[in-house]
Design a protein around this ligand. Structure first.
Ligand code: 5AD
Ligand code: SF4
Length: 458
C-alpha cells in the first residue's frame, strides 16, 4: 500500500471532552488500518498525536509543556523512521494552525477539527518530505461518518449525532473551533447503533455539544426524541447522552426517561450559574426559574434520576450575591456530580472583553466553598442506594487487586465489588452483574456480588 505505516508505532494523548476522546479513537483506527501499532508510552512511539482542547487555559499550557519535552526523548531503537513525527490536532490545532509551528518548531503536522481524515496523509508527507505540514479547514465538508474507529472498550461506543455548536455562550471558544452545528442523518445513527449491537456493544453514548438541538438543519427536521427512539429500538442495553442545553430540553425528551427502558436514569444538564444576571451575560437564554422547573419535570418523569451539571465560578462581574445564588441552586437541586470550573478568559470570545475586576483570591475562595458543598451533596445523593441491589456494567479489575472489579450503575455511579473466592477475574469486563451495595461513599458505591457468579450477566 502506497501510504502504509507498516512497522511504525504511535501513541495518542487526548485532552478535553468526550468528543475529543471519540476523535482519538478514530485517529487510532486510521493509523492502525495503515499498519502502525498503538503503544502506551511516548518513548516507544514513532508517531505522537496530541488531540488538544482549548476550552480553558490549563489545557493550552499542558500541551505546550508536553509537546516541548518531546524534543529531549530519543527515538526508539529499531524505528523505521529517521525522526519522531509529532502531530497536533483538535481544538488548539484548529485555533492556532501555522502559529503552532513557530512556538514549537519541532512539530511536523498540525491539523484541525474538520479534517481528521487528512492525518494519515499529512503524517506520510512529513515522513517523506520533512518540514511542517499544516492543514486547517474552515468547515467540515460532510459529517465524518466513514472513518475507522478503534474503540477503547469493545462493549462501549460513543456515537456522535451532531458536531459543532450554534449557541455562542459568551465565555466559550467551542463554536469558533468546532464550527456551526451539523446533524447526522437519523438513518446513519440508527444503522450505526444496530451495527454496534451486533458487534456486542452494551452501552451507547450519544454525543453532541447540544444534543437537544439535533435535526434543525436536516430535511424533515427530525428531533432528538426521534434519535432516542431509534437508538432504543436497536436493543442496546444502555443509552446515555451528553450534553444537553437547558434551553432546548423538551418535554418530549424528558418523557423518554419514563418510556424507554434502556435510556439510563442519568442526565447531565449544565447550569453554569444560578444567577439570572450572570446567565444573561453568558447568553445562556434560560433563567434560574426555568432550569429549576426542568429539574422538577425530569424528577417527575423519573424520580430516581441522577443529575449532574457544570458550573463556572468567577465569570466577569460575578458578585458575592450572584455566587450565593449558584450555591443555593446547587444545594436545592442535590446533584450526584458537579463539574466546577474557574472562569478562564478565552481570547476572541465576547466575555474576554467584559470588565473583570474580582480578585483571584475571592474567586478561589468561592470555588473552594462550592467544592465543599458539591462533595457533601454527592455523598447525600448516593446514600439512598446503600442496601439496594444495582445492575453494574463491569469495566474491569482494579490495578491493585484483580479480585476487586469496578463498573457503572445505571445512574453512572462508579461501583466497586469483590469477587467471591475462586471466581476468575479475567473475563468480567462488559458483563452486567447485580451488586448489593454495602456502602455509599462520596464518589463511589461499594458492595458484593449478588447471586451465583457463574450465572451473572451471561
Ligand atoms: N472558562 C471556564 N469554564 C469553561 N467552560 C467552557 N468555557 C469555559 C471557560 N472559558 C466549561 C463550561 C462547559 C464545560 C465543558 O467547560 O462549564 O459546560
Ligand atoms: Fe460552548 Fe455554550 Fe456551545 Fe456548550 S452550548 S459548546 S458552552 S457555546
Amino acid at each position: 500500500m502506497h501510504d502504509s505505516l507498516m512497522n511504525t508505532t504511535f501513541c495518542v494523548r487526548t485532552f478535553g471532552c468526550q468528543m475529543n476522546k471519540h476523535d482519538s479513537e478514530r485517529v487510532c483506527g486510521m493509523l492502525e488500518a495503515l499498519g502502525s501499532e498503538l503503544v502506551e508510552d511516548i518513548e516507544h512511539a514513532d508517531i505522537v498525536v496530541f488531540m488538544t482542547c482549548c476550552v480553558r487555559e490549563a489545557a493550552d499550557v499542558r500541551l505546550l509543556g508536553q509537546a516541548a519535552s518531546l524534543k529531549n526523548i530519543p527515538l526508539r531503537e529499531g524505528s523505521p523512521l529517521a525522526k519522531r513525527i509529532v502531530a497536533v490536532g483538535g481544538c488548539i490545532g484548529q485555533r492556532d494552525g501555522e502559529k503552532l509551528t513557530k512556538e514549537l518548531p519541532h512539530l511536523d503536522v498540525v491539523f484541525g477539527t474538520h479534517n481528521l481524515a487528512s492525518l494519515p496523509r499529512l503524517v506520510r508527507e512529513a515522513i517523506e518530505q520533512g518540514g511542517h505540514h499544516v492543514e486547517v479547514l474552515d468547515e467540515s465538508l460532510d459529517f465524518p461518518t466513514s472513518l475507522p474507529t478503534a474503540r477503547e472498550h469493545a462493549w462501549a461506543a460513543w456515537l456522535p449525532i451532531t458536531i459543532g455548536c450554534n449557541n455562542f455562550c459568551t465565555y466559550c471558544i467551542v463554536p469558533y473551533v468546532r464550527g456551526r452545528e451539523k446533524s447526522r442523518p437519523l438513518e446513519d445513527i440508527a444503522n450505526e447503533a444496530r451495527g454496534y449491537v451486533l458487534s456486542g456493544v452494551k452501552e451507547i453514548t450519544l454525543l453532541g455539544q447540544n444534543v437537544n438541538s439535533y435535526g434543525r438543519d436536516l430535511y424533515g427536521k427530525p428531533r432528538f426524541a426521534d434519535v432516542l427512539d431509534a437508538v432504543s429500538a436497536s436493543g442496546v442495553e444502555r443509552i446515555r447522552f451528553a450534553t444537553s442545553h437547558p434551553k432546548d430540553l423538551t418535554d418530549e425528551v424528558i418523557a423518554k426517561f419514563a418510556e424507554l427502558p434502556n435510556l439510563m436514569p442519568a442526565l447531565h444538564l449544565p447550569v453554569q450559574s444560578g444567577s439570572n444576571r450572570i446567565l444573561a451575560a453568558m447568553n445562556r437564554r434560560y433563567t434560574r426559574e426555568h432550569y429549576l422547573e426542568l429539574v422538577r419535570k425530569v424528577r417527575e418523569a423519573c424520580p430516581d434520576i441522577a443529575l449532574s451539571t457544570d458550573i463556572i465560578v468567577g465569570f466577569p462581574g460575578e458578585t458575592e450575591e450572584d455566587f450565593q445564588q449558584t450555591y443555593d441552586l446547587v444545594r436545592e437541586v442535590g446533584y450526584h456530580q458537579v463539574f466546577t470550573f474557574i472562569y478562564s478568559k478565552r481570547e476572541g470570545t465576547p466575555a474576554a472583553e467584559m470588565p473583570d475586576d474580582t480578585p483571584r483570591e475571592v474567586i478561589q475562595e468561592r470555588f473552594d466553598r462550592l467544592v465543599d458543598l458539591v462533595q457533601e451533596g454527592a455523598w447525600q445523593a448516593n446514600q439512598p442506594d446503600a442496601g439496594t441491589i444495582v445492575p453494574v456494567l463491569v469495566e474491569g479489575a482494579s490495578k491493585r487487586d484483580e479480585h476487586v472489579l469496578s463498573g457503572r450503575s445505571p445512574k453512572n455511579q462508579t461501583v466497586h465489588f469483590r469477587l467471591p473466592d475462586g471466581a476468575g477475574a479475567d473475563d468480567w469486563s462488559g458483563r452486567t452483574v447485580n451488586v448489593r451495595v454495602t456502602e455509599a461513599k462520596t464518589w463511589y458505591l461499594s458492595g458484593e456480588l449478588e447471586g451465583d457468579p457463574s450465572e451473572a450477566g451471561r
